[in-house]
Ligand binder design. Structure first.
Ligand code: PRX
Length: 666
């Protein structure tokens, strides 16, 4: 009781302090940070802008050791199919491992891995080098060749990095699926990509329980014709069904494989990976990244945005490897730079709500990169929890995945960063491969809520929606106006969709981001959110169409319309307007069934937070659902123009439903 009262008192005085800090417009980099920063001279921006291709090429040679150095930077002869460093040869796994071992730092820890139950494994660069070679040979023994696609569906265990790098070593293209996706989503992503092998796990631990992943995978994977092999990592030791001739255990194939697997230099444009992400339609987009340009972007941004000092920093990106943030800033960027990282298996609240801060204290983490949704959760749990741990090792904080509201930024700055750590709010996407708009921590004065300005060599604009004219100030569409090395090369097997999605609005040389943004009088960028039907739930990207198709798969549902509703915890939350088939009455059971259908089809994180039963949905005369009106109604705003509706009465009925819903709540 006494402690609670104390915590409440301190939280309310903290609240006042944060309120007062909202008045501060800019936070300059602390002098002591600036003095030691990797980059502290703003001239870097002009230098890069003067000749971006030459500048990126120089970064590539500075941070990577090419087997054959490229003689050419950018090939822009066939936009938007840009190529970078085309005649160079390089192997991503050798860049991340062999060269560090050869340089004598093989005993440096690559990952301080910590498991949910407190287990620890320090994995060095030499360990990874050994394991990757064996697994690369094992994949070859299993018939995986250069150019084949290998699915990876693993939790946050070191084997996920081993599997990715083993693919890279032999030129196989990895296709990682986030562990929170359902087995059905995995099947779909394996089918789209014609995956030849899948690396998965016996079971995955989640907050003290074990999910039977291999069993779930088995229920789905029989129908994927291309799939010849399933490799099973024994992480939890639970019994798993194994199919003769198809399934093998990771430890056994590694033990049987040759320990030496020399890295084969790859063409710079050889595909490194596909990562499926959500677009405007129900079918996910297979974002394709290639080797030399992607690695250049990953290594450069990781080194300079996070001001990385590989010898002394302990860096922790608290994302999941299954998202692009994990690919670039847990695996390729940090390993290419020889960094020591923390890899945390679990959730932020298991075994207790202070476990992140316990990890920071335990490993003396110096850099923390996290999502605003996590920060907002910590705010809710209270500042007294992090206060119990020694966070003085931290020197830099990062944010990614969604706009960070100024209050959360200030809390992060004060409570976690002790007011001494610069915050880098990094804007980017699966498509961009690496960070595009961000402060440079030794140079840029930050404004809470703004990702500030483009990284050197990157040209971004906010343009007016109709003509595409750049706006010096004000709100419009965010565009990237110049190719960059780590950009996506295409949508896997869907070149036309690639052009249509990103390069049809204002031409083939201007990349349409899909976000709305604002520029202020200092030229700073404020990213507002998506302009398409993509919803960002806790930094997880989902398409409304994808969720709708999962909902209508439920036998009782006639029609569904899904929108992203502003949510103070998760940024946006899924709100579904559902029309039931005649004869079915709304009930808790139907609601549970719908939520379950979404969990099975996509994953638990996509389940609707709110379901509104609708007799009908607002449609235009041509039958298109007007989601804008649904968003207005869900968020209690005045309705926009309803004159184009086929049946304007629908909105009045829905308004009555929403009013009923709030009566029920009160
Ligand atoms: O809307 C932007 C938002 O996340 C989208 C990209 O999602 P995804 O491809 O899953 O990649 C997330 C991790 C890089 C963007 O189009 N977004 C990402 N970072 C920020 C952001 N919105 C505002 N501020 C950010 N820092």
């Amino acid at each position: 009781m006494g402690t609670d009262a104390g915590a409440m008192a301190s939280d309310s005085s903290l609240e006042h302090e944060l309120e007062a800090m909202l008045e501060i417009e800019k936070f300059e980099p602390p002098a002591e940070f600036r003095e030691r920063a990797n980059w502290s001279d703003p001239a870097i921006y002009d230098e890069a802008a003067a000749d971006p291709v030459a500048w990126w090429t120089a970064r590539s040679k500075e941070l990577l050791d090419w087997d054959i150095e490229p003689t050419e930077g950018l090939n822009d002869s066939d936009p938007p199919f840009y190529k970078w460093f085309e005649d160079g040869r390089i192997n991503a796994s050798a860049q991340c491992l062999d060269r560090h071992v050869a340089a004598g730092i093989g005993d440096r820890v690559a990952y301080h891995w910590r498991g949910e139950e407190g287990e620890e494994r320090d994995v060095t660069y030499a360990d990874l080098h050994r394991d990757v070679q064996r697994f690369a040979n094992a994949l070859k023994d299993l018939g995986v060749d250069k150019g084949d696609v290998v699915g990876i569906y693993l939790p946050m265990i070191p084997e996920v990095a081993v599997a990715m790098l083993a693919c890279a070593r032999i030129g196989a293209i990895h296709n990682v699926v986030f562990g929170g996706f359902s087995a059905e989503s995995v099947r779909e992503r394996m089918e789209f990509a014609d995956a030849k092998a899948l690396v998965t796990v016996d079971g995955a631990r989640r907050k003290g329980k074990t999910a039977p992943i291999k069993e779930q995978v088995d229920e789905q994977m029989g129908s994927v014709d291309s799939l010849k092999t399933i490799v099973v990592v024994r992480a939890t030791g639970i019994d798993v069904p194994m199919t003769d001739g198809r399934d093998v255990f990771y430890d056994e194939v590694c033990a049987a494989a040759d320990p030496e697997c020399p890295a084969e230099p790859m063409e710079a444009e050889h595909p490194l990976f596909i990562l499926y992400t959500s677009g405007s339609t129900a079918k996910p987009k297979g974002i394709l990244h290639t080797t030399g340009g992607y690695l250049t972007g990953a290594a450069t941004t990781h080194r300079y945005v996070f001001d990385l000092k590989p010898e002394t920093d302990v860096y922790w990106c608290a994302a999941d490897v299954g998202w692009i943030t994990g690919h670039t800033y847990i695996v390729y960027g940090p390993l290419a730079n020889g960094a020591t990282s923390v890899m945390w298996e679990g959730a932020p609240d298991y075994p207790h709500q202070g476990v992140w801060w316990e990890n920071v204290e335990r490993y003396k983490a110096t850099i923390l990169y996290a999502a605003p949704t996590a920060i907002r959760t910590f705010i809710k749990w209270g500042a007294d929890i992090p206060a119990k741990f020694d966070l003085s090792s931290l020197r830099l904080l990062g944010s990614v995945g969604e706009p960070i509201n100024p209050k959360a930024w200030l809390w992060y700055h004060k409570v976690i960063g002790g007011e001494r750590c610069p915050i880098v709010d990094t804007w980017w996407q699966t498509e961009t491969g690496g960070i595009m708009i961000t402060p440079l921590p030794g140079i840029t004065a930050t404004k809470p809520g703004s990702a500030t300005t483009p990284f050197p060599g990157v040209k971004a604009e906010v343009v007016d929606e109709k003509e595409g004219e750049p706006l010096a100030e004000g709100q419009g569409l965010l565009m990237l106006e110049r190719p960059w090395p780590s950009m996506l090369r295409t949508l896997y097997k869907e070149d036309d969709r690639f052009i249509e999605t990103y390069f049809s609005k204002f031409g083939k040389e201007r990349y349409l981001v899909g976000d709305a943004a604002r520029r202020d009088s200092d030229g700073y960028f404020w990213v507002i959110g998506r302009i398409d039907d993509v919803v960002n739930v806790s930094g997880h990207r989902l398409s409304t169409a994808e969720v709708e198709s999962a909902i209508v798969a439920h036998e009782s549902v006639a029609e569904a319309a899904v929108i992203g509703q502003t949510d103070e915890d998760t940024g946006q939350a899924i709100c579904a307007f559902v029309t039931l088939r005649g004869g079915t009455e709304p009930s808790k059971d139907v609601e549970a069934g719908i939520r379950e259908a979404v969990a099975t089809r996509i994953g638990k994180f996509a389940r609707p937070k709110r379901i509104v039963w609708a007799d009908d949905l607002p449609k235009t005369r041509s039958g298109k659902i007007m989601r804008r009106l649904l968003r207005d109604i869900a968020e209690g705003r005045a309705l926009g123009d309803v004159t184009t509706l086929r049946d304007p009465d629908v909105m009045a009925e829905l308004e009555a439903k929403i009013a009923e819903e709030s009566d029920d709540e009160s």
